[in-house]
Design a protein around this ligand. Sequence first.
Ligand code: C2E
Ligand code: CA
Ligand code: CA
Length: 381
Amino acid sequence: MSYDIKQYKQGDIIFHGGDSSDCAYIIEQGQVEIFVASNDTIIDILNEGELFGEMGVLDQSPRSTSARALTPLTLIEVKTQQITNRLSESDPIVKALVGVLLKRFRSMLPSQSRGRDNSLLDQVASVIEQTGLSKFKLESELRGAINKGEVQTVFQPISDIKSQKITGFEALSRWTHPTRGFISPVEFIALAEETDLIIEVGDLVFTRAIELLSKLPEHVFININVSSKQLDDDDFLNRVVAKTKDHGVNPERLKLEITETMVVDFKLAKKWLNKCRAIGFPVCADDFGTGHSGMEQLLELDFDVLKVDQVFIRNMFKNQRYQTILQSIANMAHALKTKLVAEGIESEDEYRVLKNLGFDFGQGYFFGKPMSEECALKLDF
Ligand code: C2E
Ligand code: CA
Ligand code: CA
């Protein structure tokens, strides 16, 4: 899937009625006239930020109207697949609603009555704009940023809890949007996970992590967050393995972090674990203790590392029960011979408690904030 930016001169035809509908458009700059060619009736004039040409894409029918550049024009093309993939994955009721609305919309067109006071049409337009448009735009921009390598990777230290020496890092993605500024990875990773973009983000993160590992001492590891699409994609995993070989990096130095929310099906999760083991990647249960299936996960899945969620560390002095649970997680991990990491350690006091509980590793601002590759290379190991 890709997106293109297209330029038009004033008066250029963007599509004719009867043409096949292979994409929708977002107006980046300029104005567009929607008209019926047979009698040259103007139906609508659209401005910057508006979406058009989406109807034919949604129901795969030819264009029912024509579109012309009213001014010099820049358009972002949203490909049919980007829309239909979303629609096919959406709730059946949403699909049915879109279908009904489209039918009604089309039945109104012959009378060329797309008036501004038509509440149904306004509702359709506002739903598309509010929910879909800003997301499509952001998705296109994220795709551009990935292609240009503008999605950065930073590395946060993970330290041995006893010696406080840095023994590893977690790789985290960063994206600074040209106008919106810093966008949290929680937001753009979720967007990337809805599409195949997460594979491309993964290619960037793994490439950079492997390159960094090749320059660091042999005992240093890097943890990488992975999503289900990456673990299901054998081509992706093969590419990662080939990269480790190219750089002479032992795969055991790359630990894959899987969150509890990804584990909805234990059979599938076991398959992932086996796949990773066969390659040599250790697997870490991330955000451990926050989901519903923590105990069941421990019974069913043989993780190499448990990373206890930050919420336990943040609350350990506010509510004694958090420390009690931390103690029992530590006991279980020791009995199961699973390594234990605490994340989000910010203070010396938190650090001391976790050290006394027998945690193996710690991560958090107390040890270090996420940093660039250059800074990571300057550290002592
Ligand atoms: P996470 O995997 O739980 O990552 C830890 C988050 O906690 C990071 O947030 C990190 O910056 C933050 N953190 C670390 N130490 C401290 C601390 O002492 N105090 C506080 N308050 N926060 C701390 P970040 O970088 O914003 O990442 C958020 C989430 O986005 C990550 O949560 C991870 O789930 C996801 N993510 C980030 N990069 C990637 C990526 O490349 N791929 C995937 N699949 N997910 C990613
Ligand atoms: Ca993580
Ligand atoms: Ca985490």
